[in-house]
Design a protein around this ligand. Structure first.
Ligand SMILES: Nc1ncnc2c1ncn2[C@@H]1O[C@H](COP(=O)(O)OP(=O)(O)OP(=O)(O)O)[C@@H](O)[C@H]1O
Length: 358
């Protein structure tokens, strides 16, 4: 049977879900089928439920004959008329930290995974966003905390513009984007507003972002992914003092100068007794889209060699790809779609799950 809208709808109708199939429940929107490419939007139920049923529907549709790619999008934020009422948050972030005896668990969060890098600009935030989305696609309940307080980029990368609300003027309600529960200082600032805080203010802000944000507002989280600032400064230190981290992944480009800084980040996590889940080489190769020539702009293989030298797991190499940059700029991480890059992030997510951190 040829691949048509009707054949996709029929397959979806014949895929049983709790409460009825996705088509009769009115969850399938904007279905498009063109030369083997299938796309649709899943909307009309709480986001956590949509995230849970998406892999079931994807598996059912993928087995149709003639399909070359599939993209099932869950729009950011609750559908109109659904979800908690969120008055604008009057909570002020940044202030001196309050005394805390030692690292404390974050309520409603099972695991905390930090994504760090030694050097700036190596793609740490891109990896954090895509890894969070890939973990959500793998069926995990995921939060993403943008702890890059001086340069919060997750609102843009995750396409989130909604201001976090507050139920009582004390706790902060995070927002939902691409199936991930997100909080970033960037959601509370103007896009051109600068953060000019010293150490204690940063530490106070970190404490608030961990303790005052209601991370389980949409259900308990399997994992909270934390996008750290580059380097080994106050934010990293206060995070490890305030919360128990289950693991860290380090992102580096292959060139020596980035690797040198990555080693400092590894040393920091060793001193803070945070287990390193693995190293990721980003911007590893570049394949020319016109002629297919493969170039190694920043070198190649350096991170894998370093991981082997240190006896740490190498999680994988991610290519330098225009579509990854465009997807990040447009607010839909590449991992949300269906492409070789999305598959590479799915493999990283499996690594994290196998390591028992999600
Ligand atoms: N594999 C990739 N292919 C193409 N572009 C990439 C890739 N990884 C990251 N980028 C782009 O590189 C830029 C820097 O990435 P990103 O902001 O993730 O880095 P960072 O290490 O978090 O930086 P910062 O030090 O500012 O926190 C972004 O424009 C991003 O889209």
């Amino acid at each position: 049977m040829a691949l048509t809208k009707e054949s996709v709808l029929e397959r979806l109708r014949n895929t049983p879900l709790e409460g009825g199939d996705a088509v009769s429940r009115g969850l399938v929107h904007a279905l498009a089928v063109e030369s083997g490419v299938v796309r649709f939007v899943l909307e009309g139920a709480p986001e956590a439920e949509l995230v849970a049923i998406r892999p079931v529907l994807e598996q059912a549709v993928r087995s149709l004959e003639g399909i070359s790619s599939l993209s099932v999008v869950i729009p950011a934020g609750p559908p109109k008329g659904m979800g908690a009422k969120k008055p604008q948050s009057g909570v002020k972030i940044g202030g001196h930290p309050t005394p805390q005896a030692g690292p404390a668990p974050v309520p409603g969060v099972r695991h905390i995974l930090a994504v760090g890098s030694g050097k700036g600009g190596v793609g740490k935030s891109t990896v954090a966003a895509n890894l969070a989305v890939a973990l959500a696609k793998a069926g995990r309940r995921v939060g993403l905390l943008d702890a890059d307080l001086y340069g919060p980029s997750q609102p843009r990368m995750m396409g989130a513009t909604e201001r976090p609300g507050s139920e009582n003027g004390d706790t902060i309600l995070p927002v939902m984007a691409h199936g991930v529960v997100l909080m970033s200082l960037g959601l509370m600032l103007r896009e051109d507003e600068a953060v000019i805080w010293r150490g204690p203010m940063l530490m106070g802000a970190m404490q608030q972002l961990l303790g005052q944000v209601r991370w389980n507002a949409y259900g308990d989280l399997d994992v909270l992914v934390i996008d750290l600032p580059p380097g080994t400064g106050d934010v990293q230190l206060s995070l490890c003092q305030k919360a128990t981290l289950d693991g860290a992944v380090i992102v580096s480009t292959p060139q020596d100068v980035a690797l040198l800084d990555a080693k400092k980040a590894l040393d920091m996590f060793a001193k803070l007794k945070v287990p390193v889940v693995g190293l990721i080489e980003n911007m590893s190769t570049y394949v020319c889209p016109n002629c297919g020539h493969e170039a190694h702009l920043f070198g190649h293989g350096g991170v894998e060699a370093e991981a082997a030298r240190l006896g740490l797991p190498f999680m994988g190499a991610l290519p330098l790809a225009l579509e990854v940059r465009i997807a990040g700029d447009e607010g839909t991480p590449i991992a949300a779609g269906d492409s070789p890059a999305a598959e590479a992030y799915a493999a990283l997510a499996r690594h994290v799950i196998d390591a028992g951190v999600a």
